[in-house]
Design a binder for this molecule. Structure first.
Ligand SMILES: [Fe+2]
Length: 284
């Protein structure tokens, strides 16, 4: 195993009792080049603590190395569905044949230390009174939260479960998302800070290691609780290196990037235009 390169993040800054700047990552999926690019950018931006909403392994060819990086970074991390399945913590899991094939390979190469780390990850975590982390949703690590009505339901549930919590961090969809209880869906512009003041939010940083967009971005985010801002990032990384490593292990080279088909892109465009039209009708 290559040694981790990024090391532990620093904790609270001098003069502050609690960490205020958090790196947010999710769905790394065994893609080490993408993870290292994301961690290097977070180190450059300056964060106190790393938060990870799960799926460290699956799809990618470096499961042990990715677990080691996250452990070494001292991340607060919850279990994703792939993390649970590979150590037999999620019976009757729903997975495609493609994902299951790679997960079976992952099981054969996972070292005992990585398996032990994944075996003890919690399903959810609280960080400070106001942050709650889960993978897919508050009730089910396999549930996808894409739609506004589902995001609103999650925020209402968050209010019941953890009244002090203002922010719910999720992953699983591999799609960056920012949804405010009052403001609804917020437009994400990479590197443009987004205000979170005065509202409860659901935030998903998107996937570090298995982009489902046309361009294979490594996505992540920076949450600043002092300024109450979230900044999303979309970073280039060496996709070819990941493909070559997949081939070297006899795995499908497309596993680290799953761009949408033309049909699903058309569906998404229609749905986006529909949402925009609905908003303008509501606003008029
Ligand atoms: Fe995932």
């Amino acid at each position: 195993m290559q040694p981790p390169v990024c090391g532990h993040f620093g904790g609270a800054q001098p003069g502050s009792e609690v960490p205020l700047r958090y790196g947010i990552i999710s769905d790394i999926h065994g893609n080490l080049p993408a993870l290292r690019v994301a961690l290097a950018e977070l180190r450059h931006q300056g964060i106190d603590e790393l938060l990870c909403t799960g799926d460290l392994i699956g799809y990618g060819p470096w499961p042990n190395e990715c677990v080691a990086e996250i452990a070494e970074a001292g991340a607060v991390c919850v279990a994703g569905n792939h993390d649970l399945i590979v150590v037999d913590r999620l019976p009757n899991a729903r997975l495609s044949n493609h994902a299951r094939f790679i997960l079976e390979w992952t099981r054969t190469v996972l070292d005992p230390g990585a398996a032990a780390y994944l075996g003890t990850l919690p399903l959810q975590a609280n960080v400070e009174p106001e942050l709650r982390l889960a993978h897919g949703s508050l009730e089910d690590p396999e549930r996808y939260i894409f739609r506004d009505e589902d995001a609103a339901q999650q925020l209402a549930l968050l209010g019941e479960l953890v009244p002090a919590a203002q922010t719910l961090l999720l992953g699983h969809t591999h799609k960056a998302m920012a949804y405010g209880m009052r403001t609804r869906e917020l437009r994400i512009i990479p590197r443009a800070p987004m205000s979170l003041a005065g509202d409860r939010h659901l935030l998903n940083p998107g996937s570090v290691g298995q982009s489902r967009e046309r361009r294979p971005w490594a996505r992540m985010a920076l949450l600043d609780l002092e300024d109450r801002q979230m900044t999303f990032f979309a970073l280039d990384y060496d996709l070819d290196l990941c493909r070559k490593e997949l081939i070297r292990h006899g795995l499908p080279p497309g596993a680290c990037h799953a761009p949408p088909s033309p049909v699903s892109m058309g569906r998404r465009l229609i749905s986006r235009l529909g949402r925009r039209a609905l908003r303008s009708v509501r606003g008029s």
